[in-house]
Write a protein that binds this ligand. Structure first.
Ligand code: S3P
Length: 448
């Protein structure tokens, strides 16, 4: 199943209630979570398969494409750039690739909505197309830093203007690009991917030297479509000009979505949750190691590898609540799971996160807004410039937490609320649709 619906049946009791206030949900405390589910397709892989397929020669078929709003924004952007995309009755996409350098100018600004991945990766592709494009997004995306892609793409030969020099909208005048060697200051898969997608069109070999390893889905996707990509330690390179061939691909389930159920299972005594057909790429599985370190019983089984992406099942059962420390070295590998791990710490462990100032420039300021929301639910959390400390000694009272339109905060607050003394209200609950439509229905079916 790819619609995020659980396989197991709920017990008939409703653990969530939509309240009359627009966009709010009440989450009831739960004793445990149990069941066997599939999660929606991986968001990062979906973006990449669609974008790279658009540059291939001929029609590619993509099954299990992520159903959330972020990945929809990528498809809309490609449609505006002259890429025909159709969906069959089973939901599989066909992306009719236009060939390398084959995108057409959009009639107006391209709206990446809330999706940083859409904007940054597309910027790399558009830098190589000989027309002017404007890339913009919602209020959250228009606050996010873009200097990190403007610098390397300008060095390659594109002309890029931004609001305040750093924020979207970006106006990109594409050009014939030259290969560069780029060493970003921050570990970022989006920056690496933006430069690699530009490098795919450039003269010569483009190299990115990463300060720390980040998810490698772009490298794998580009190689799967026939690009000449090479990875050694932290150096990733691509030779420009190779034509890409169309492919049939299947997106595995999103481990960052499964992480919320894994955390709930680790948190509530007696819990036992299995997620099937989930992506188990080693650049994404650090969350499972961290949960085991926190005391949970974690099993993972790789069942097959497609286009370089391992997939299989995970099973998580509750155990002890050991204190956790996550520092700068580990942060890039769990960057999207830190809100979920913060929720876990409210169940009795403790969590100290440092070296994570990147969290301040995600869909929200994920340090300040996480602290504010968890505190509103009764948590003992101290905000720091580059992280936070949570002492899980105090059981949550329950309360009203505002997700400020950030999907991962909405889901983290909902999981934390399962352990509270009384029902909690999550404001901005519909933001889960960014990555996980149906999240609250699944919550309702797993909670006991
Ligand atoms: C993503 C990379 C990460 C991550 C984001 C998705 C991607 O961002 O936080 O949710 O798909 O490449 P950075 O690469 O900017 O850290």
């Amino acid at each position: 199943m790819r619609d995020g619906r659980p396989q197991s049946q709920g017990r008939g009791q409703c653990y969530i209630t939509r309240v009359t206030r627009p966009d709010a949900i009440v989450v009831q405390p739960a004793g445990r979570v149990a069941g066997c589910i599939r999660v929606p397709g991986d968001k990062s892989i979906s973006h990449r398969y669609a974008l790279v397929a658009a540059l291939a020669d001929g029609p590619s078929s993509i099954e299990g494409y992520a159903p959330g709003a972020d990945c929809h924004a990528t498809l809309q952007a490609l449609l505006h750039l002259g890429v025909p995309i159709s969906r069959d009755e089973r939901g599989a996409l066909t992306v009719h690739g236009r060939g390398l350098g084959g995108l057409s100018a959009a009639a107006g600004p391209i709206d990446a909505c809330n999706s940083g991945t859409t904007l940054r990766l597309l910027a790399g592709m558009l830098a190589a197309h000989p027309f002017t494009s404007v890339l913009t997004g919602d209020d959250s995306l228009r606050r996010r830093p873009m200097r990190r892609i403007i610098t390397p793409l300008s060095r390659m030969g594109a002309r890029i203007r931004a609001s305040d020099g750093d924020r979207p909208p970006l106006t990109i005048a594409g050009a014939g690009l030259s290969a560069i060697e780029h060493a970003p200051d921050v570990p970022s898969a989006q920056v690496k991917s933006s430069v690699l997608l530009a490098g795919l069109h450039a003269d010569g070999r483009t190299r990115v030297i990463e300060p720390a390893p980040t998810r490698n889905h772009s490298e794998l996707a580009l190689a799967a479509f026939g690009a000449s990509v090479d990875c050694h330690d932290r150096v990733v390179s691509i030779v420009g000009g190779t034509r890409l061939h169309a492919r049939r691909l299947d997106v595995p389930g999103d481990l960052s979505s499964a992480a919320f159920w894994a955390v709930a299972a680790a948190a509530l005594p007696g819990s036992d949750v299995t997620c099937l057909e989930v992506g188990l790429n080693p650049t994404r599985t650090a969350i499972l190691d961290v949960l085991a370190r926190a005391g949970a019983a974690v099993e993972r089984t790789i069942e097959r590898v497609e286009a370089g992406e391992p997939r299989g099942s995970i099973r998580v059962r509750a155990g002890d609540h050991r204190p956790l420390t996550i520092g700068a070295v580990e942060v890039p590998a769990v960057i999207d799971e830190l809100p979920a791990l913060a929720a876990l710490a409210t169940f009795g462990g403790a969590l100290n996160v440092s070296g994570a100032s990147e969290l301040r420039v995600k869909e929200s300021d994920r340090i300040a807004c996480l602290a504010q929301g968890l505190r509103a639910l009764g948590a003992d959390i101290e905000e720091r410039p580059d992280g936070f400390h949570i002492s899980g000694r105090r059981r949550l009272s329950g309360g009203t937490a505002d997700a400020v339109g950030d999907h991962r905060l909405a889901m983290a607050f909902a999981i934390a609320a399962l352990g509270a003394d009384r029902p909690s209200v999550i404001l901005g609950a519909s933001s889960v649709d960014i990555s996980y439509p149906g999240f609250f229905e699944v919550l309702s079916s797993l909670a006991r």
